[in-house]
Design a protein around this ligand. Structure first.
Ligand code: KIV
Ligand code: NA
Length: 261
C-alpha cells in the first residue's frame, strides 16, 4: 500500500486508519523502520540530542539536516520522508524558508516540517504556493525551549487551548498539509484533529490524532537517561548493545576472537 504520497495520508485520515511515524537519522535505522512497516520517517532536529548529544535542538544546522535527510531518503524509499527545518534556517523570512526547504526537498524530503504557530502562517502560505508541502509543528516547539522555560506541556489553560486551535486552523488554511502537535492535552488534540481536514500527528497529545510519532532512540532505549514521560520504550537497546560490545572486548582479551588460522 502507498505510504508515501500525501493523498494516501489524506485518505487514511478520511478512513480513520491510524498512521505511524518514527524518527530516523541514518541508513540502517531508516531501513529497519521501513521494513517494520512504519508509514513515515521524520529526520527530526531531535538529532541534536539523540545523536549529537546536545541539551536541546538549537545547535543543529541546515547542513546537518541535509546530510541526514539524504542518507535516510536513500535507505527508505516506500515511506513518507519528512525533514525538519532547523532553528535559524527559516524564521527570518518566507524567502529564507523557501531556500532552506528547497534544499531539503532536493535531499529527498517529501514534506518539510517547521515549528511555530501564527507567526509562521505567511511562510507556510509562501512555501505551499511554491511546491513545498509543509507540516506545521505546534504546541511544545522545542526550538522555543528557552522562551518556554523548559520542555513543558502546552495549551493547558482555556485561553492557550483556543490559541492553539486558531493557530492550527490558520496554518491549515495557509496550505499546511499536516499539523503535528506535541505535548498538549488529549481532548484539545482530538478537537483540532476533528476540526482540520488535513491529517494530524501527535506526540504526547493522546490517542485522538490521525497519526502518532515517537523519537527512535526513546523507542529503542538508546536515549541514555532522559526520556519524556509521554514516550514509550519498547527495548532496552542500550543494555543489549553495551553487552554485545563488552562480549567482543572480552573475547579479544581472552583470545577467543579471532579464531586461529
Ligand atoms: O525532531 C523531532 O524528533 C520532532 C518530533 C519529536 C516530532 O520534531
Ligand atoms: Na523537531
Amino acid at each position: 500500500p502507498d505510504r508515501k504520497s500525501l493523498t494516501s495520508w489524506d485518505r487514511a485520515k478520511r478512513s480513520q486508519t491510524k498512521r505511524v511515524l518514527i524518527t530516523a537519522y541514518d541508513h540502517p535505522f531508516a531501513k529497519l523502520a521501513e521494513q517494520a512497516g512504519i508509514d513515515g520517517i521524520l529526520i527530526g532536529d531531535s538529532l541534536g540530542m539523540t545523536i549529537q548529544g546536545g541539551r536541546d535542538t538549537l545547535r543543529v544546522s541546515l547542513e546537518h539536516m541535509l546530510y541526514h535527510t539524504e542518507i535516510v531518503a536513500r535507505a527508505a524509499q516506500a515511506c513518507l520522508i519528512m525533514a525538519d527545518l532547523p532553528f535559524g534556517s527559516f524564521e527570518a523570512s518566507p524567502a529564507q524558508a523557501f531556500a532552506s526547504a528547497a534544499l531539503l526537498v532536493k535531499a529527498g524530503a517529501d514534506i518539510i516540517k517547521l515549528e511555530g504557530g501564527a507567526p509562521m502562517v505567511e511562510t507556510v502560505a509562501f512555501l505551499s504556493a511554491r511546491a513545498i508541502p509543509v507540516c506545521a509543528h505546534i504546541g511544545l516547539t522545542p526550538q522555543h525551549v528557552r522562551q518556554l522555560g523548559g520542555f513543558k506541556k502546552q495549551g493547558k489553560t482555556a485561553d492557550a487551548a483556543a490559541l492553539l486551535l486558531a493557530d492550527a486552523q490558520a496554518l491549515a488554511e495557509a496550505g499546511a498539509r499536516m499539523v503535528l502537535m506535541e505535548a498538549i492535552p488529549a481532548p484539545l488534540a482530538t478537537e483540532i484533529t476533528k476540526t482540520l481536514t488535513v491529517p494530524t500527528i501527535g506526540i504526547g497529545a493522546g490517542p485522538g490524532t490521525d497519526a502518532q510519532i515517537l523519537v527512535l532512540h526513546d523507542v529503542l532505549g538508546l536515549s541514555g537517561g532522559y526520556v519524556p514521560g509521554f514516550a514509550r520504550t519498547y527495548l532496552d537497546g542500550a543494555s543489549l548493545m553495551r553487552d554485545a560490545i563488552g562480549r567482543y572486548a572480552d573475547e579479544v582479551r581472552t583470545q577467543a576472537f579471532p579464531p586461529p588460522g
